[in-house]
Design a protein. Structure first.
Length: 674
């Protein structure tokens, strides 16, 4: 079909049948009614993008994701499709196979990571690591064969990156080869030490750097704790993988192992294209008018955005962003999680949009800013051809919220909904290209455009995963590497939302992040309970925390001695006569000396008529004599009038006259200024 025009849209009934089949497949339902709401059935933005992709493939029309939000039933969406212009909507051409004879370009995202690797060789910041606990009798030969088959199936797993002509990087796809699977046996260690040793080995493996030019960019290690207890560590470089890819990898390894351990030939569907085909397609499609439209949207959307979200940190930023990370896991109560889902349905948002609104509101409160930009990953798999590939497709979207004017939660939800839908419609522009177009000033202390992220994860390949008869579960905490200052990740996998706050350990203390998680929960509770309330009407502190801040930490009241200053000095001189009272330019005046000199001056002033209501000017520099003068005036019963010797003479004269000064204490060196 010509990519520039769509074929006539089939009659309504046929369109509804096609849509019903698409929805049932993606929502994993036996059947779907024409008036069922997509989001009420469990749909979300990611599934919505797949609906759009399948509509494109089945009907040859380009439908914006916004249409699904505005018409979330099969009947409504079918009407939208039938209402499209008769000559069709220009859709991107399909991804086809490309020749492997010439040099293969990198995708835009790959090129950025290649440049980062050249600037920071040996960095583990873009390692993607995971470790699986395998309980049961492991067939090592079947596991090896499964990994080999996986590498043969996905070209990215046997790709390296070379510098081509003119310094332009190219992909080099190597022939299939066996995957090294080094084995570590911890059976010789005492039982109590094996777990810690396995965790240490997995963490070390996750942080071991890759060589993009030499490869391989997939590593696997098998650690044996005991006869039927192993840990499989898998590490890839981000340049050939992403979060979706890890799900694909685990799912396919599971299927391959299951078949081979039973002595059967594995049956996986043939991949229509490979990643290199996508890279060629992306560079051809994302050019000209398509590219300019994408760039124009993002430039307008981010014009004037603040370069930094100024969240108070526990430690100052330093040159060179340390990748060392820490994580604070937490769980939202089941009641709150359900309330957030119900609020989303009422307001026409997805759960992602609702949570993002709460997160941006909290960040604005912390930073004292009304302009908040948060980054969020998007799968970047808007084409059905690439859904089953291992590769680097994920893109980052910059979602901006305007909190000025203290909007209501309902108003903020609507704003975030529109921002997200607009971003989804312009998700093709790679983030690295956006940074170039915005001409953001590069800094070694902060990431460009945004420093804080948010992600809502759904079920993964680990849910219900098994390798033949082996039970599989996650192992260890993963690599401690942070790409951003702060990131909130929540997972919607059941009754309650659970997640973690990942952060740069060099910027934040653990207590600060734990407090932030608590404040997020309070804010979300307030949003759920009263969406018509304004943002500032919802407190951040629970009652116990409010009492701690206001009544414990700020309980600073203390009895103040009911005595004059000169009497307090006399009492101190009686207690510690030899202690230093005044220190200046190497000279020390003790309390006894200060008391003696102050008394002598007070007696002299009394003889001159100083007493209550007498105002004495004091014009001296900051020396011990200034302290003696003030003390002497008070002890004589008078009041002192400070006369700064740096003031103009006329100013000092006016002050003396206006205050009714009858006597001035000064030095011979300053007599001329009066």
């Amino acid at each position: 079909m010509d990519a520039g025009a769509a074929e006539p849209v089939p009659p309504s009934t046929h369109v509804e049948e096609i849509l019903a089949g698409i929805w049932a497949e993606l929502l994993r339902l036996p059947r779907v009614g024409v008036h069922d709401d997509f989001f009420a059935l469990g749909g979300h933005s990611l599934l919505g993008a797949q609906v759009v992709s399948r509509i494109r493939a089945a009907l040859g029309v380009e439908l914006p994701l916004r249409a699904l939000f505005e018409a979330p039933t099969i009947a409504g969406l079918a009407g939208r499709i039938e209402a499209l212009p008769g000559d069709g909507v220009r859709a991107a051409p399909p991804i086809g196979r490309t020749s492997r004879e010439g040099p293969l370009p990198l995708s835009f995202a790959q090129q950025r990571l290649w440049l980062v690797d050249r600037l920071e060789p040996g960095s583990a910041a873009y390692n993607m690591a995971g470790a699986l606990r395998l309980r049961g009798v492991l067939d090592v030969a079947a596991l090896r064969a499964s990994l080999d088959a996986l590498v043969e199936r996905h070209e990215t797993l046997r790709t390296t990156f070379a510098e081509g002509e003119g310094g332009v990087p190219v992909q080099v796809v190597h022939p299939p080869a066996a995957v090294p699977l080094p084995r570590v046996d911890l059976g010789g260690l005492p039982e109590a030490e094996r777990e810690r040793a396995a965790e240490r080995l997995a963490a070390e493996e996750a942080l071991r750097p890759f060589d993009l030019a030499r490869g391989p960019l997939l590593r696997a290690t098998l650690t044996r704790l005991r006869e039927a207890d192993h840990v499989l560590s898998i590490t890839l470089h981000h340049v050939v993988s992403d979060g979706w890819s890890m799900d694909v990898l685990l799912r396919e390894v599971s299927a391959l192992y299951d078949a081979r351990s039973r002595g059967q030939a594995p049956r996986l569907p043939e991949l229509p294209v490979q990643y290199a085909d996508f890279a060629v397609w992306q560079r051809a499609w994302l050019s000209g008018a398509v590219l300019e439209e994408q760039i124009g949207y993002w430039k307008a959307r981010l014009a004037g955005a603040p370069p930094l979200l100024e969240i108070p940190t526990d430690r100052p930023r330093t040159v060179g962003r340390s990748p060392r990370a820490a994580s604070h896991p937490f769980r939202l109560p089941a009641g709150l999680s359900q309330g957030l889902r119900e609020l989303s349905r009422r307001e026409g948002t997805t759960l992602f949009m609702t949570l993002l609104a709460g997160w941006q509101a909290l960040l604005g409160r912390y930073a004292g800013q009304t302009d908040v930009v948060v980054g969020t990953p998007i799968a970047g798999r808007s084409r059905r051809e690439v859904e089953g590939l291992v590769g680097f497709f994920v893109n980052m979207l910059a979602l901006r919220a305007d909190l000025s004017g203290d909007p209501t939660w309902r108003e903020l939800l609507g704003q975030v909904r529109e921002a997200a839908l607009g971003a989804y419609e312009h998700q093709e522009l790679p983030f690295e290209r956006l940074v170039e177009e915005l001409e953001v000033e590069r800094s070694l202390t902060l990431t460009p455009v945004f420093q804080v992220t948010f992600a809502l994860e759904r079920s993964t390949a680990l849910d219900g995963l098994a390798l033949g008869d082996l039970a599989v579960e996650p192992f260890g905490g993963g690599a401690g590497v942070a790409k951003f200052d702060l990131g909130l990740t929540l997972r919607d996998g059941g009754e309650a939302l659970a997640g973690a706050l990942d952060h740069r350990a060099t910027l934040f203390e653990a207590e600060t992040i734990a407090r932030l998680a608590g404040h997020l929960e309070v804010l979300l509770e307030g949003m759920t309970a009263g969406p018509a309330r304004r943002l500032r009407e919802v407190p951040l502190l629970r009652e116990s925390e409010r009492v701690q801040v206001l009544e414990t930490w700020n309980a600073t009241a203390a009895p103040y001695p009911r005595a004059c200053v000169h009497d307090l000095v006399s009492a101190q001189a009686a207690r510690t006569p030899g202690a230093a009272a005044v220190v200046f330019a190497g000279e020390t005046l003790s309390y006894a000396g200060l008391e003696r000199r102050g008394n002598r001056l007070a007696n002299h002033l009394r003889r001159l008529g100083v007493g209550p209501e007498t105002r004495v000017g004091v014009c001296l520099e900051r020396t011990p004599e200034l302290v003696v003068a003030l003390l002497g005036v008070l002890r004589a019963g008078g009041a002192y009038v400070p006369l700064d010797p740096t003031y103009p003479r006329e100013r000092l004269g006016y002050m003396q006259e206006d205050a009714g000064v009858s006597l001035v204490l000064t030095s011979s060196a300053l007599a001329g200024v009066l």
